[in-house]
Each structure stands twice: as C-alpha cells, then as structure tokens.
Write a protein that binds this ligand. Structure first.
Ligand SMILES: Cc1cc2nc3c(=O)[nH]c(=O)nc-3n(C[C@H](O)[C@H](O)[C@H](O)COP(=O)(O)O)c2cc1C
Length: 137
C-alpha cells in the first residue's frame, strides 16, 4: 500500500480570533486542501484547534511548517508526525472535513467506529471524544 504522511495536533487558538476569522480559515483550509489532495479534519472548540492532515509527505511537511508559523494559534501539541500505511480519512467524504457542529463530529466518530482494526482510528476516536462530550463549537 502507498505510504501517506499524517500529522495531527492540538493547538490553542489566538484570543483575537472572531467567529468570522474562524469561518474564513475553515473555508480557506477546506478549499486549499481539496485542491492539493490533502484529507483530514479541522475543528475549533472552546479556544482549541484539533487538526488531522493526511497526504503526500513533501506537501504535508511544507504545509505544516506554514501552519506552525501561523499567528492565529500557538502552543501546538503534536500527536502524530509520521508515515502511515493506514490513512484514516481517504474514505471519508470526498473532501477535507471541517467539523462545525456536534452532528458533524458524531458522523465522524461513527465512521471511525466502523474500522476497529485500524489502531489510528481508535486513537483518534479517543482524542475526539472529549470534544463530543463538551459539544461546544
Ligand atoms: C489552525 C490552523 C490550521 C490550518 N490548516 C491549514 C490547512 O490545512 N491547509 C492550508 O492550506 N492552510 C492551513 N492553515 C493556514 C496556513 O497556516 C497558511 O496561512 C496558509 O497555508 C497560507 O500560507 P501562504 O500564504 O504562505 O501560502 C491553517 C491555519 C491555522 C491557524
């Protein structure tokens, strides 16, 4: 199977960000990532971002350098930064997933539940569970 690179992190959103800024970031991210065949997800909840990126290694590492420098967030806690043979998101929707509501997140968790043999699915589900319990977007 072709190796895909995966990056996953949690970060603290800048307190200056308005709802409009976040909406603009969501739109930009969804359209740019779809253009470059980057799959994954981005959510914003209670002042945090949670993002998973999957795609071609060189592109992803370049993108991640830009994301890390972005002043709209900081305090990045990296969960994954590695090659994987088991990409999680390539079968989920056709585009990059922006999680904006509890329903979006429930749908994603249901999807992650479907393949229990994939250990990344399982870990991501555990990481996302607190956001689902808080239900604040
Ligand atoms: C939390 C967060 C997540 C981001 N995720 C992406 C992303 O997945 N894809 C993307 O192209 N830009 C993303 N960006 C925006 C990049 O940091 C950067 O602004 C964008 O790549 C444009 O960079 P450029 O103007 O140097 O080309 C994100 C920014 C933040 C704050």
């Amino acid at each position: 199977m072709k190796s895909i690179y995966t990056i996953c992190y949690v970060s603290k959103a800048s307190s200056e960000l308005t709802k409009n800024d976040i909406e603009r970031l969501f739109n930009y991210t969804a359209s740019t990532n779809s253009k470059f065949d980057v799959s994954g997800m981005l959510l914003h909840s209670l002042g945090n971002f949670f993002q998973v990126l999957e795609g071609e290694e060189k592109h992803l590492l370049g993108l991640y350098e830009k994301i890390k420098e972005d002043v709209r967030h900081g305090d990045i806690y990296e969960v994954y930064n590695k090659r994987t043979n088991q990409p999680v998101f390539n079968n989920y929707n056709s585009k990059f997933d922006i999680v904006k509501t509890s329903e979006d997140l429930d749908m994603l968790i249901t999807y992650l539940n479907q393949d229990r043999s994939n250990s990344t699915n399982h870990k991501l589900k555990r990481l996302l569970q607190p956001f689902a319990m808080l239900g604040e977007f």
